[in-house]
Structures are given as structure tokens and as C-alpha cells.
Design a protein. Structure first.
Lengths: 328, 664
């Protein structure tokens, strides 16, 4: 996916100032290209609520130990405190040196849910336990990553409006092993996914398109009128094989149909005169889907682009992309 | 926090770990919890376990509230309070148990674990032994492992993750131990208490009391606990002189011997003549929650933070709530108050009409003798000649204990003899008093110190004779060995009896005895360095490190420096990247090639591992199997696409095989 928009340029500030910038702490860095490597500069750690509660517990035990002059009480306090400190290191290490990438994001229609497959690669020799992954405000998903391997976590979010949409900041976090501390890192990817217009509800195809029919006449690539037989070529539909001829041992013949003159469909911007731009795009989008589903041959006429008739997945994608990016 | 929303009802694995930890945590508390609470707590743990495997529902909200109210009421009935050591501990244990019924979210789990830490620390108010310390480490590991377990709620039940969690807990605990040790040694010690100690802070501690009545001391004899340990600078007193002076009792009410501390002076000058050499020694006293200290008769110096009263009893300025160490000098050969006896009446007072039958006896004996010394001898002979027995289980005495003992039961323990003797001597008009303390002490043959146990508790008499002062008379000592029950501990202190017993002892009991000494030596260290570690010890340690007159700011600075250094080292260990599998495989194979090269079978760089292995087999036919296996595993690890587990296992096998590989 190639982003078509110019990106927010990276702020030019002194390195130290940038390092201790609070915005980075809460929101993460400026968008950057994959892969994102989690390092000491972008992984943060703070106690959780349980961690603060734990600190209070230790303070109370320490006060008791001082009051009763209880040596083992002192030692227990110090031992638990030290375990918590070692746990900070373990929690931090659980995220450190992870490599984050995005797999290919399939285009989606506006109004539906986009699936963002995040690839987490663990190059180290330690298993990463319970890595939580989420867009802000979402319930996190957890996964464990074996050493020298990777796992793919599909994140979901509302697709947003038509056109190229940025993959927003998402957060990797871990409270493993004790849940007393939470390490996190914001990833702000400089990556985009394509959103097609929302398909309109009205599915009926336009009938008035025939005046734009091709002047080249019947070429035997329609589907309605029988136009003769020809030798089988690989790729011909099984439905069009002349089975009776095969049974008569006349070899593989393909029945040819004409009618493309009448069924070549132009989906035309101008047919929707009077509607809003987005409504027109929505309707065209629905027509493209319908036409493809019915196996029709269709072309797309837009003020800034004309796509010659055709069919198949690639053709449909081309048309939908043109609709998605109309006007941008 | 999202994690709090995870429901934990059906997590048998982490729950089982946590329940095991809590069960171990509760065990040391069972002896001092009221029996109903012990049963209830074990019941709750079992209930929760049954619930976790899906056999039993948890009580509903109404039931839970009812249970809390019932339990608090039962605690109030049992203790009449909810604060203090015993009641407070019981309350915490009860809260922990009932919280198990309500443990459904991650937040509840943390509450349970943190409550467990409180319960753990209350156990230290009852015992701070070495065993307790080691046991605590086990429980902490289990609780930490259960926290780790609860962090991974999605796993299935298996043995493997359970071990993995324990291993992970150990990996947190082991680096934490040295850090905790640094903190323990260098954290500035504030001499407590910060607020008042509850009255029962040391209630169940065993030790002598300041009263003596029949049965008091014999109860102590059952306790094998250490009362104090003594390190002598040069010579040790002979066994017969090991009288450790404790509370001196002079007030007799017809049954009980007592003292009145307010009526005892703290004189500036002492009337003590000493002959012979002095003994210098240090005593490490176990906490007994009383103020008195013990000294070998007769002390001639006063340690800091203590005083010597006119009865030659050492009194500390505070109750001994922690291990207390003091230095002393004593003269075993002494004359105490030889010239003048102040407050003479006090040591002659008896309730009117007490023990009329012994009074008659004393009158008879006095008629036959001419001096006080002769009379004392006559009384002692009476005990020696009449059928008096020394036993740990004397019959009960009712109205007049002295008369009943002397004329009826004639069976008693040291307190019976000391009491009867002192009463009889006073009836003869000679000043006398009862001294309690310890008699004996065994040297630890593996370390140079003496152990005095609670079972060495003893009582004897002191009589005042003109010109000689206070003379120690131990009436128990005149009972001939034939009338001493062998099981009694006093018997074991008599050298003759002791050697006979030791000869009869089988070898295993002997080694058990030796192990006992080693254990006590270890305990001694533990008491001195861990339990008794305080501000003084800390200063001594710092002085030994060459840091003189250090204030607490400098101490905090030093602590921070050492702590940072330790954490840096740990961080380096945690963050170091372990060599990846490929590097390890290659390294192991090179080691294998080197081992063969030492036997003259060198691998040329162009040779493939398989060709090299065939050649090595021809040279070393006895090792065919091993060489082939190692080469195959190496090739598999290098080139085959193995899953993580197989890879891990093969690598482990290869490491062992290469290490053990010995070419001929």
C-alpha cells in the first residue's frame, strides 16, 4: 500500500528534549516506517494500581518490623521489595527488542471493520509471555511469542472514511510476571489502508447504459446469444463446453455466445446527476459489486478517470480503488 | 484495568498454587490459633479447592456476610479483643480465609496474596528461628509463582506450566536475595518501638518467672529451647560451678515464693570479696520478655544497659524483646556480703503458723547441733537419708506444700527442695532466700560456646552465715543418684550419670546428637547475625569494614551506592542476550572435534561432518554409536526444521553427550 498523502514531518528538536518529551510518553513518536523495534528509548514502565498497593503493603510491614524490632520482618520486607525490583527488569525485558511489523492490510468498505494484522517477531532467546496488544480504548489481546519466532495478531478497528486511512497508534504492553508493573510502547506506524466508499443500499443495476455500447459489434465474448463453436482453449468456462460434441467424440469444443453489445455495462457518474458526491460514489460502488457478482462486463466513467470495461477481481479492485480515491 | 475483568472462577492451576502457598503459610500458625479457627481455615481451603475442580459452589453474598459476622463474634468471645499479637494474628488469618470465598478477579487475587504477606510477618512474632526463615522462602516462592500463574490465565492445566511458574518465581527470587541481604545489613536501623507494644507481645515465650511455686519450673524442663549461649574468653567453669543466677526470691506466702523489685536497692557499693581467677565471657540471651539477665555466680561487672541490685541480680533497663548480648566477669570463688546483712528481717520472715510439722523437726535438729553450719548440714542429711526422690512428675500438693512434701509425698523437683529447705532454715532463725536460674550448660563440641537450655532451669537456696556471707546451698544435690529418676534432666547433668548414659547410647543416637550440636552452632550464628541484628551490630559491622563514626545520611548514601551496583549487575544478567541456538550448536560441535583432535583425529576444513564421523569411527570403533549419534544430532540441529520443543531437547542432549564424550 503506497500512501498518497504527505506525512507529518518529524519534528526537528534536540535529541535530549525529544527523549524526555511527555507527548512521546503518552502518545508515542511521530509516525515511522516498519519495522518498529522496541528499545530502551520507546519502552516505558510504571507501577500498576496493584504495584502501588503492594508498595503500601510493604511500608506497613516495614513499620511493623521496626516497631517490633523483628529481624525476619525486616528481611521479608526487603526480600519482597527486591523481588518487585527484579520484576521491573523482567517486565521490561518482556517487551524489549521485539520487532513489530504489519502484514498486508486488505482494503475494506467504509463503515465496516478493518483488520490490521500485526506481526510480532521475537529475535531473542527468551519466550515473551502475555504481550498485550490494542488500539487505544480497546480491550487488549494477548499472545505469547516463542524465541526466534513470530506471531500474528489481528487487530480490529472501524474502517473510517473513504480513501487512504492511517493505521493509528497501537500499544504493546506487558504486566508479566507479577502484574505490579506495566511496561508499554506506543507504535505509531506510517502505514495506510484503503477504504472503499460505503456501498449504497440500492442494488438494482442501471438500465440506461446501453447507449454507450461498444461500436465494435458482437465479438462472441458475451453470454446471451449463441454465436458458434470454436476449439477449446484452456481457461474457457466448463459451462460453455459443448458436452454433446464431446460425447460424439468430436473433441473439446467451446460454445461461443454473443450479446456483449447489449450487456456491456457502463457505470457512469453522469447517470447519477443531482446526488451528492459521496452518494454517487456509494451507488457506483454498489453497482461495481453487483456487476462483478453477476459476471457482467462493466466499465467505470468518472470525471477524472475512465476505466475500460472488463471483469474479474483485479478489475473490480481497480474500479473500487478509483472510487475510493476520487477527488483526492 | 482490563485484566481485572478477567474472571478467575475456573482457573484450577493458579488457584491450586495459591492454595498450596496459603496452606503452608497457615501451618506454623496452627499451634497458637484457637482450634475452631484452625479447623475453619483448613475447611475453607478445602472448600475452595473443591469449588475450583467444579464440585462445590461458593457461598453466596448473604452467607459470606453471615460468616464474617460469626467469625468476628467468635474471635471476640475467644480473645475479648481484636488487637494484640494473638488476636490480631487470628483476625488476619480469618480475613485471609474468608477472602478466598470472594476471590474472583485479578484484584481479589492481589488482595489475597498481600494479606498472605501480612499473615507471614505475624508468624515472625511467634518464631524467628532458622527453620522459620528457610520455610518462609519456600512460601514466598509459592505465592510469587501463583501471582505469575494468574498472569497467564489462558493456559491449559498441565504439569509443565506449573513447574515453569515455579522456575520463573525462582528466577525472580534468586537475584532478589543478595539485594535483600544488602538492604538488611545496611538499611538504617531505627531502635523501636515506634508506638507501644501490645501487652502480649512476648506472652508465650518460655523462661523463668519471678514467682516460684510447685510445678512452675518442672513445666520448663519439657522445653528443649535454648535459654542463652555463652562464649568464654579463656577458661570455662567446671560443671559443678555452672550456677547461672536469675531472679532472687525472698517473700514467702505459705505457698509461693516472690520478690518485690521496688523494695530492692540499687547500691553504689558492693560487698563482694573475690578469690581466685575471674572468668570473662559473653552471653547471648534469647528474648524472654523480662528484664533480668543471667550471670554465672558471682558477677563482678555490670554490662551497659543493665544494673546490679543488692541481691546480685542483673536487671536490664528494658524488657528483653530481642536477642541481647552482653559481656560479664564473674568470680566462681566469692564471699558475698560477708560483713553485714542489711534488711535481715526480710530473709527471716515467714507467715505465722506455716508448716508446723517441719518447725517441730527443725527444733529437734537444732537441739542436736550447736552452730548454724551444723544445723544446715543436719537438714541436708535429713533429705539425703530419708527416702526422698527426685522426679519430674511429683504428686500434687495442697494445703501446706512444705509439710506435705517433707512428711508425706517426699517426691519432688528442685523447686520443692529449695522451697522446703529455705523454709526450714528460716524456721531455725537463719536468714535464707531462694535463687532461681539455670544450672549446667553443655559445650557445643563443634564450636566454642556453651548452650544453656530452658530444661536447665533450676532453683537453689542461699543462706547467710556470719563471717561467710551468703552461701549457696543446693538441697537437690544431696539426693543420691539411686533415688533420681533417670529420665529426669537434672540426672543427665550429673557427670557420672551422664557418662553412663552416653555409653549406653547407640551409634545413631550419637550421630543425631552430633548433628544436633551442628544445628545449634548454625542457630547460634543465626541468632547473633540475623535475629539479633540491630543498630549495635550494624555499627560493629561498619567498623569492621573500616567505616568509623558513620551517620545515617552517609549510611543511606552507602546503601544507595551498593544497591545501584547490585542492580546494575542484575540488570546486565537479565538483559544479556543468551547465545542463540545456532551459535550453541556450532560451539558444541567444535568442542567435539577438539576432543577427537586431541587423539590425533583432526577434521580438515573441507571435510563434511558425515565424512569426518566415518573416519573417526574407523579410528575409534568402540565409540561408533556415540560419534554417529552426536554427528546426526548436530546435522539435525543445523539443517532440519525442528519445532521449538524438539530443538530444545536435542540441544540439551547434545550438550550432555559432548561433555561426557571421552575418546579412547
Amino acid at each position: 500500500m503506497e500512501p498518497r498523502m504527505s506525512l507529518a514531518s518529524r519534528a526537528t528538536r534536540s535529541g535530549l528534549f525529544q527523549r524526555f518529551n511527555l507527548a512521546r510518553f503518552f502518545k508515542g513518536d511521530a509516525p515511522s516506517a516498519a519495522p518498529w523495534l522496541l528499545n530502551r528509548r520507546n519502552v516505558y514502565i510504571l507501577p500498576t494500581r496493584q504495584g502501588l498497593f503492594f508498595a503500601v503493603t510493604l511500608m506497613i510491614i516495614l513499620l511493623g518490623a521496626i516497631n517490633y524490632n523483628n529481624s525476619l520482618g525486616y528481611f521479608l520486607t526487603f526480600l519482597l521489595g527486591s523481588i518487585a525490583i527484579v520484576a521491573i527488569l523482567h517486565t521490561y525485558r518482556n517487551l524489549l527488542r521485539l520487532e513489530v511489523r504489519l502484514a498486508n492490510i486488505e482494503p475494506v468498505f467504509a463503515g465496516s471493520e478493518a483488520t490490521i494484522p500485526v506481526v510480532l517477531h521475537n529475535p531473542g532467546s527468551e519466550r515473551r509471555e502475555q504481550v498485550a496488544l490494542a488500539f487505544s480504548g480497546q480491550e487488549p489481546k494477548h499472545c505469547a511469542i516463542e524465541p526466534s519466532s513470530q506471531c500474528v495478531m489481528p487487530l480490529h478497528r472501524l474502517a473510517g472514511g473513504r480513501g487512504w486511512q492511517p493505521v493509528d497508534r497501537f500499544t504493546l504492553a506487558s504486566t508479566f510476571p507479577l502484574g505490579l508493573f506495566r511496561a508499554w510502547s506506543h507504535v505509531v506506524p506510517d502505514a495506510y489502508y484503503l477504504v472503499y466508499p460505503r456501498p449504497a443500499a440500492e442494488a438494482r443495476l442501471p438500465q440506461t447504459s446501453r447507449y454507450m455500447a461498444s461500436l465494435l459489434g458482437d465479438q462472441g465474448i458475451g453470454s446471451d446469444d449463441f454465436a458458434g463453436l470454436r476449439g477449446y482453449r484452456s481457461g474457457d468456462s466448463l459451462k460453455h463446453i459443448h458436452w454433446k460434441a464431446l460425447a460424439r467424440e468430436q473433441g473439446l469444443l467451446t460454445k461461443q455466445f454473443g450479446g456483449d453489445r447489449s450487456e456491456r455495462l457502463w457505470l457512469d457518474w453522469r447517470m447519477l446527476e443531482g446526488s451528492e458526491i459521496e452518494a454517487r460514489l456509494s451507488q457506483l460502488c454498489r453497482w461495481v459489486i453487483e456487476a462483478e457478482q453477476q459476471g457482467l462486463e462493466y466499465g467505470l466513467w468518472l470525471p477524472d478517470q475512465i476505466i475500460e470495461p472488463g471483469r474479474g477481481h483485479a478489475h473490480q479492485q481497480q474500479c473500487l480503488q478509483a472510487l475510493a480515491l476520487y477527488g483526492s | 484495568m482490563a485484566a481485572e475483568m478477567r474472571w478467575l472462577n475456573r482457573l484450577p492451576l493458579p488457584n491450586a498454587l495459591l492454595l498450596a502457598g496459603i496452606l503452608l503459610l497457615i501451618l506454623p500458625h496452627l499451634p497458637h490459633l484457637p482450634p475452631w479457627l484452625s479447623v475453619a481455615v483448613l475447611g475453607v481451603i478445602a472448600w475452595r479447592l473443591l469449588h475450583d475442580i467444579g464440585r462445590l459452589p461458593l457461598p453466596n453474598r448473604f452467607m459470606r456476610i453471615l460468616l464474617v459476622l460469626l467469625a468476628i463474634a467468635a474471635l471476640l468471645v475467644t480473645y475479648r479483643t481484636l488487637v494484640g499479637r494473638e488476636a490480631g494474628t487470628a483476625l488476619l488469618v480469618m480475613m485471609l480465609a474468608l477472602k478466598l470465598f470472594e476471590m474472583r478477579s485479578w484484584r481479589d487475587v492481589t488482595v489475597v496474596v498481600f494479606l498472605s504477606f501480612f499473615v507471614m510477618v505475624t508468624a515472625f512474632l511467634f518464631s524467628q528461628s532458622l527453620l522459620m526463615g528457610g520455610y518462609t522462602l519456600v512460601v514466598v516462592t509459592l505465592l510469587i509463582a501463583s501471582l505469575i500463574s494468574f498472569q497467564q490465565p489462558d493456559r491449559t492445566v498441565a504439569r509443565e506450566p506449573l513447574l515453569a511458574d515455579l522456575r520463573h518465581a525462582a528466577r525472580l527470587l534468586l537475584p532478589a536475595l543478595p539485594v535483600a541481604l544488602i538492604l538488611f545489613l545496611l538499611f538504617p536501623r531505627i531502635p523501636g518501638p515506634l508506638w507501644g507494644l501490645p501487652d502480649d507481645a512476648g506472652a508465650s515465650r518460655t523462661g523463668l518467672s519471678d514467682e516460684m511455686e510447685p510445678g512452675r519450673i518442672s513445666r520448663l524442663v519439657d522445653s528443649n529451647e535454648v535459654a542463652f549461649r555463652v562464649q568464654f574468653d579463656q577458661s570455662r567453669p567446671p560443671a559443678a560451678q555452672r550456677y547461672w543466677r536469675g531472679p532472687v526470691l525472698w517473700q514467702y506466702d505459705g505457698r509461693k515464693w516472690q520478690t518485690e523489685p521496688n523494695r530492692i536497692r540499687l547500691p553504689e557499693q558492693f560487698d563482694l570479696d573475690s578469690n581466685g581467677p575471674a572468668l570473662e565471657y559473653q552471653v547471648t540471651l534469647e528474648p524472654h520478655n523480662r528484664q533480668w539477665l543471667f550471670a554465672l555466680e558471682m558477677p563482678a561487672s555490670v554490662p551497659g544497659q543493665a544494673q546490679l541490685n543488692s541481691e546480685y541480680q542483673l536487671i536490664a533497663r528494658q524488657r528483653i524483646g530481642e536477642v541481647f548480648r552482653y559481656e560479664l566477669r564473674s568470680y566462681p570463688d566469692y564471699r558475698l556480703d560477708p560483713h553485714i546483712l542489711l534488711e535481715r528481717e526480710r530473709y527471716l520472715a515467714l507467715p505465722p503458723d506455716t508448716s508446723p510439722r517441719t518447725r517441730e523437726l527443725v527444733k529437734e535438729l537444732a537441739a542436736q547441733t550447736t552452730s548454724a553450719a551444723q544445723l544446715i548440714q543436719a537438714v541436708l542429711s535429713y533429705f539425703a537419708e530419708q527416702p526422698f526422690y527426685y522426679t519430674r512428675e511429683p504428686p500434687l500438693l495442697f494445703d501446706d506444700p512444705v509439710d506435705e512434701f517433707v512428711f508425706e509425698t517426699q517426691r519432688g523437683f528442685c523447686e520443692h527442695y529449695a522451697s522446703a529447705f529455705t523454709v526450714m532454715i528460716r524456721q531455725a532463725g537463719i536468714p535464707a532466700r531462694v535463687v532461681t536460674g539455670y544450672y549446667g550448660g553443655e559445650m557445643n563440641p563443634l564450636a566454642d560456646y556453651m548452650i544453656v537450655r530452658q530444661s536447665d532451669a533450676h532453683a537453689w537456696s542461699e543462706v547467710w552465715l556470719q563471717g561467710r556471707g551468703w552461701v549457696r546451698i543446693d538441697p537437690t544435690g544431696v539426693i543420691p543418684p539411686s533415688r533420681v529418676e533417670l529420665t529426669a534432666d537434672l540426672a543427665q547433668r550429673e557427670p557420672a550419670v551422664r557418662s553412663r548414659l552416653e555409653a549406653e547410647r547407640p551409634w545413631w543416637l550419637h550421630s543425631l546428637h552430633q548433628a544436633g550440636y551442628a544445628w545449634d552452632a548454625l542457630n547460634n550464628r543465626w541468632q547473633q547475625w540475623v535475629v539479633g541484628y540491630n543498630q549495635n551490630r550494624q555499627n560493629a559491622l561498619l567498623r569492621a569494614l573500616g567505616l568509623k563514626d558513620i551517620n545515617w545520611q552517609k549510611l543511606v548514601f552507602l546503601l544507595m551506592m551498593i544497591l545501584s551496583l547490585a542492580l546494575l549487575i542484575i540488570a546486565a544478567l537479565v538483559f544479556r542476550s543468551a547465545p542463540n541456538a545456532e551459535k550453541r550448536v556450532n560451539r558444541l560441535y567444535r568442542r567435539f572435534v577438539r576432543k577427537l583432535a586431541r587423539r590425533g583425529i583432526t577434521k580438515s576444513p573441507a571435510e563434511t561432518p558425515s565424512a569426518f564421523s566415518e573416519r573417526a569411527i574407523r579410528e575409534q570403533p568402540e565409540k561408533t554409536e556415540r560419534i554417529r549419534q552426536i554427528t546426526q544430532t548436530y546435522l539435525l540441529l543445523r539443517y532440519a526444521d525442528l519445532d521449538t520443543q524438539t530443538q530444545h531437547r536435542s540441544l540439551k542432549w547434545l550438550a550432555r553427550a559432548v561433555r561426557q564424550f571421552r575418546p579412547e
